[in-house]
Design a protein around this ligand. Structure first.
Ligand code: ADP
Length: 301
């Protein structure tokens, strides 16, 4: 149980009553000083132990929402609670409950792998003995033991990703935020990270994951929220979202959301062209001409 947020084998978990959600964001708005309205009334809930995927195009507001949850940005309006603790009111319980693996690999290049984990534990007030034991566990779990004395800048890209994830887990957060954890990683590492993330969730940690990979969201998350233009525009299981958009796949639901249904591999022009062995551009022109003729016929010319 390396990833269990509560190391105690017995006794009640520190999450309080079972119905207290891991995250409750209510009507969160964020207007940057530049005037950009990055969030326009976002409400989002993750149950304790739940796994929510947040999907949306670039600029939709995902990073801003994460910054608000983790105290890096202050919302203009709304409230955010983490396990019932006010995340906007400097409640240390809310900060301690969250672990963040950011999109950018923001390691201190002068620290070794072991120091990276140990310093992070110290930052969160873990006593030395506990830090040592936790560091050993995580080095082992992420196959980093033989790299413990290596400075982080000398690690491969994949190893750096693992350190970022191990560091996020160091203080045993009960809500883990993963911001595009597999962007640009190779197939092997992606599968390895998926496996770790599934295990972390199975051991009781709630997860908020942002990703551009629909397959990743479908594989890992029990619920998915679509964000666009600073608003949550759909939420549910993959099947619920597809049904809500009158399509069969999460991908088509997403394309419908962003207004690019023509890209659908099921019913869109690319799929139809591929199936017919045609050039999509030619098919598009032929269809457009057909539609014009039909419209002209409809006027009774
Ligand atoms: P995503 O993570 O979904 O790509 P972001 O939250 O990064 O979206 O961005 C949402 C909007 O807010 C975008 O229009 C972006 O340009 C803007 N934005 C993000 N960060 C800042 C900032 N620090 N100052 C001003 N505008 C910002």
């Amino acid at each position: 149980m390396v990833f269990a947020p509560d190391p105690a084998e017995d006794g009640p978990p520190p999450t309080g009553p079972a119905d207290v959600p891991a995250l409750q964001a209510t009507d969160v708005a964020k207007r940057y000083p530049t005037g950009v309205e990055a969030l326009r009334g976002v409400s989002l809930r993750i149950e304790a132990g739940g796994f929510l995927g947040l999907l949306g195009p670039n600029g939709a507001g995902k990073s801003t929402l994460i910054s608000c949850i983790t105290g890096l940005a202050r919302p203009t309006a709304g409230s955010i609670e983490v396990f019932g603790h006010d995340a906007l009111g400097h409640d240390p319980e809310a900060r301690i409950a969250v672990g963040l693996a950011p999109q950018d690999i923001n390691l201190d290049w002068f620290l070794t792998v072991e120091e990276t984990l140990d310093f992070h534990g110290g930052y969160f007030g873990m006593p030395k003995r506990e830090r040592r034991a936790r560091t050993e566990e995580l080095l082992e779990a992420f196959s980093l033991t033989d790299k413990r004395d290596q400075r982080t800048r000398t690690l491969s890209g994949g190893m750096k990703r693992r350190v970022v994830l191990a560091r996020a887990l160091m203080h045993r957060p009960r809500l883990l935020i993963l911001d595009e954890p597999t962007a640009g990683v190779d197939v092997e590492l992606r599968l390895e990270l998926w496996h770790a993330v599934q295990q972390i969730n199975a051991e009781g940690t709630a997860i908020l994951l942002t990703t551009h990979y629909l397959e990743e969201a479908e594989q890992l998350c029990d619920r998915i929220a679509f964000i666009d233009g600073g608003r949550i525009v759909g939420e549910g299981t993959s099947a619920e979202l597809a049904a809500a958009h009158g399509v069969e796949t999460l991908e088509d639901a997403y394309l419908s959301l962003v207004g690019r249904h023509e890209l659908s591999r099921q019913g869109g022009i690319l799929g139809a062209a591929t199936a017919a062995g045609l050039d999509p551009e030619e098919l598009r022109r032929a269809r457009a001409a057909g539609a014009r003729d039909e419209a002209a016929d409809g006027t009774g010319r």
